[in-house]
Write a protein that binds this ligand. Structure first.
Ligand code: 5AD
Ligand code: SF4
Length: 472
């Protein structure tokens, strides 16, 4: 048998040794498969859980059939998202039973917002689940998993969010390198806005900002490991606040500070709320070359009556004013948004106001959804719920308009000379995929050694999901 300790470490053999150690670890360790649903915050959380578990002896697998531990990191934002989780649990239950018949064990955990929102109910509805862990408990994931593997039904949904930030282990340099050149840093979690359609304030709790020093440390470590683009994440990222040597900071100040990191090429942030779009942040778009010209600023609806019922705290005119000021500060900025059709009480006229605001803003990209009544939110108890067919019809009309705008935005890029950050190899031999300043995928010819580098390219054509370009 080949073991790590039995092998010599002659110069030139390091790489082979490394490979053998990894092959040995893969063959002998327990394997974890994490499936992520929903937003980028969940993607980030899944990575942190994987980091904690792999540092505790697990290895990652991309194949659920191979796994000894499956974690479903779930999303509760719309009904469909939550239902998907239960159908996946159904499939895993069969896998678990088959495994049991061979005398082995498969441990199944549900984490994320479904875990937080439904808690104990998940055990009742899906007895195959061994572990339920809410989003603020991940710093304890390794210990919880160990208990679950011993046959205990484990449920944790009550923790202080500050503890999660402070105690979750940082990824190792190897883990960061393996994740590529564009990374995420959570700077803020939770939401105090209580939009009447949204479960986030209930599943992720109150707004909490991560301290500046923690964020700066994480960003520095990532850049040291080769990360070139950092996206700051938060459910209400522009509500972030902190302090530096006693001086109060807002998100704009944080961006100025992070832009100083040498080796970091690009900064982004998502998702923002219009009422927290302060002058400092708008100035940051004017002043910071590294801050990419892209703003995801959901408006949800265009009618003031509906915005009020949604508890959004701003009018359509106020939103348009923000967009105008942002565009003045950074004329090439691409605007993206989220929309909901069929919120309770939405009349044809209200919906036309949504179409109208979309025409006025002219979005580069957008996400749009039918209103989904979420238990426990005020919207779910409102009387004048809109029938499903009406929601669907409005959504299709809206998506046609948004699709046209996105296509026009992509078409307008043709002929432009732009910088891309090369992120990975393309589907075909000799192709690379990079990211434009406006978040589009850009396909260009090149070699693997260029991954992680900035390239100047000219856009030659635009397809449904990406741009094609030639290097200049
Ligand atoms: N129904 C439909 N869409 C919703 N969103 C949030 N809650 C709901 C809901 N109950 C959408 C909003 C939000 C995005 C993340 O999801 O547009 O900005
Ligand atoms: Fe949900 Fe509104 Fe908070 Fe966004 S701002 S997370 S939509 S409650």
């Amino acid at each position: 048998m080949t073991t790590a300790t039995a092998m010599a470490t002659k110069p030139g053999q390091d790489e082979a040794l490394d490979r053998d150690i990894h092959a040995y670890a893969r063959a002998n360790s327990r394997k974890v498969f994490v499936k992520t649903y929903g937003c980028q915050m969940n993607v980030y959380d899944s990575e942190r859980m994987e980091d904690a578990l792999t540092q505790g002896g697990y290895v990652r697998t991309q194949n659920m059939e191979d796994a000894d531990l499956v974690l479903l990191n779930t999303c509760h934002i719309r009904e469909k998202a939550a239902e998907k989780v239960y159908s996946e649990i159904g499939r895993i239950r069969k896998l678990k039973e088959a495994r049991k018949n061979t005398g082995k064990r498969l441990t199944l955990g549900v984490t994320g917002c479904v875990a937080q929102a439904e808690g104990e109910e998940i055990f009742r509805r899906a007895p195959a689940v061994d572990l339920i862990a809410g989003p603020q408990t991940y710093h304890d994931i390794a210990a919880m998993v160990a208990r679950a593997e011993n046959g205990e039904k484990v449920i944790e949904t009550e923790f202080e969010i500050e503890e999660k930030f402070a105690k979750l282990p940082a990824p190792t340099r190897q883990q960061t390198i393996a994740r590529g050149v564009a990374g995420f840093v959570t700077v803020q979690e939770g939401c105090d806005k209580f939009c009447t359609f949204c479960v986030v304030p209930y599943t992720r709790g109150a707004e909490v900002s991560r301290p500046f020093s923690q964020i700066a440390d994480e960003a520095l470590r990532m850049v040291d490991a080769g990360v070139r683009e950092i996206t700051l994440l938060g459910q209400n990222v522009n509500a972030w606040h902190g302090s530096d040597g006693g001086k109060a900071m807002r998100l704009g100040d944080l961006l100025y500070q992070l832009a100083e990191i040498s080796g970091l090429e690009r900064l982004r942030y998502t998702t923002s709320h219009p009422i927290d779009m302060d002058d400092g942040l708008i100035d940051a778009h004017r002043d910071i070359g590294k801050l990419m010209p892209y703003l995801h600023l959901p408006v949800q609806a265009g009618s003031d009556r509906i915005l009020k019922a949604m508890n959004r705290h701003h009018t359509a005119a106020e939103y348009l004013d923000i967009i105008e000021r942002v565009r003045k500060a950074r004329p090439d900025i691409a605007i993206s948004g989220d929309f909901i059709t069929g919120f309770p009480g939405e009349s044809d006229e209200d919906f036309e106001a949504t179409m109208d605001i979309v025409r006025r803003v002219n979005y580069a990209s957008a996400f749009s959804f039918k209103y989904s009544a979420r238990p426990g939110t005020p919207g779910a108890d409102m009387e004048d719920q809109v029938p499903e067919p009406v929601k669907s019809k409005r959504l299709s009309r809206l998506q046609v308009l948004l699709g046209e705008q996105q296509q026009a935005f992509n078409q307008a890029c043709i002929g432009k000379t732009i910088d891309i950050l090369v992120e990975k190899k393309g589907r075909h031999e000799g192709q690379l995929i990079g990211r434009s300043p406006w978040l589009q995928s850009v396909v260009v010819e090149g070699g693997l050694s260029e991954i992680g580098h900035m390239l100047t390219v000219q856009v030659t054509s635009s397809g449904p999901v990406s741009l094609m370009a030639e290097r200049v």
